[in-house]
Write a protein that binds this ligand. Structure first.
Ligand SMILES: *[C@@H]1O[C@H](CO)[C@@H](O)[C@H](O)[C@H]1NC(C)=O
Length: 344
């Protein structure tokens, strides 16, 4: 190779490099603000979305514990077939909750700050730090592809024995994530996720857990809203929003994971923070803000969020340059839904 040709190649390579660098940078920094109006979701029958601020929301403390021990240790169960890139995306979200996760503002850890404003009767706050303490892949569907609220505890029991997971009463919770081909009792009709606690007869001891499913094939217009909108709106009408990571099922699931983690942390044994008189149907801090992602939401608007130069919407940043779209949660201080991207 002659020197001039070599020089040209090096020059071209440098040019290419700087171009890619610039493209990456601008996709990280350039965005516009938007408050889209969308067709109403196929709401869950139990949806208790509350828009705006109110003293009428009677969220009360019922004397039980909150997750105040630091860190909150999550024992993750991947049930069914989970591609690695989806696992990484979900883990990046979870690991973005702790303040140590370096992320641009508005950040996931600022979003969790609202959750950490909840205290128990000793005045201890919900922990600000969340770790993934253990993982188990149940890729052979040990309890089949059709689960119930009770059989999900058998899934936990199997994971506890196979992983094995330690008995972590002080800090531990289970998080069970099911693949898009797994059905769950009440899924898509009444719930997109739920949290409860395990029974000694099923798992060996009592520990809080949350379950969330990937709705991509079953009901994205319910559980991955606003990245999928009801089918009857197809043709004419506003379109679904573009998910921040290009995965309708998982990007939608992340907001449900956030919702359940917030509620589980403030009401782990279903005797701490909830509204309503019936503990079997509590209205919790995520329920009050379902579908709300920014300032000026309500009446069909999701609130002001960000849209990047590829049209992808998001409202907060996470570790490793990740972006997420996560619903707001109820603040006990503001007595309103709150999030890190709020316009003051
Ligand atoms: C704990 O919660 C209280 C009440 O919401 C709040 O005023 C305080 O700032 C919180 N403390 C920490 C360390 O987050």
């Amino acid at each position: 190779m002659t020197p001039p040709a070599l020089h040209f190649l090096i020059f071209a390579a440098l040019l290419l490099l700087s171009k890619t660098r610039a493209a990456t940078d601008s996709s990280q920094t350039e965005y516009t603000l938007t408050n889209p109006k969308l067709p109403p979701p196929n709401t869950l029958s139990t949806s208790k979305k509350y828009e705006g601020s109110s003293d009428l929301v009677n969220l009360r403390y019922h004397m039980g514990p909150v997750l105040s021990s630091s860190p909150i240790n999550i024992y993750l169960v991947w049930y069914g077939r989970w591609p690695n890139y989806q696992k990484l995306l979900i883990k990046d979200f979870i690991l973005s909750i702790s303040p140590a996760a370096a992320a641009a503002k508005p950040s996931v850890s600022d979003w969790w700050r609202t959750v950490s404003l909840y205290t128990d009767q000793t005045g201890a706050n919900v922990s600000r730090t969340v770790l993934i303490a253990g993982e188990h892949s149940d890729h052979l569907y040990s309890h089949g592809k059709s689960l119930t609220r009770l059989s999900v505890q058998q899934v936990i029991g199997t994971a506890v024995e196979s992983a094995p997971f330690p008995v972590d009463h002080k800090n531990g919770i289970f998080l069970i994530l099911t693949a898009d081909d797994v059905t769950m009792q009440d899924y898509c009709r009444a719930v997109c996720g739920f949290h409860y606690f395990t029974f000694p007869s099923m798992v060996g001891y009592t520990m809080p857990y949350a379950w969330i499913g990937n709705s991509a094939k079953q009901c994205p217009e319910v559980c991955s809203y606003p990245f999928a909108v009801p089918g009857y709106m197809a043709g004419g009408g506003p379109a679904a929003l573009k998910p921040p990571n290009g995965d309708v099922g998982v990007d939608g699931m992340i907001s449900v994971i956030a919702h359940e983690l917030a509620e589980l942390s403030t009401n782990p044994l279903v005797n701490a923070w909830y509204a309503g008189e019936d503990p079997t149907a509590p209205t919790e801090i995520g329920d009050l803000c379902e579908g709300l992602y920014g300032t000026g939401g309500g009446g069909g608007y999701i609130g002001q969020v960000m849209r990047d130069n590829k049209g992808r919407t998001f409202n907060m940043n996470g570790r490793r340059g990740r972006r997420f779209m996560v619903q707001w949660v109820w603040s006990p201080v503001l007595k309103a839904c709150a999030g890190p991207n709020a316009l003051d």
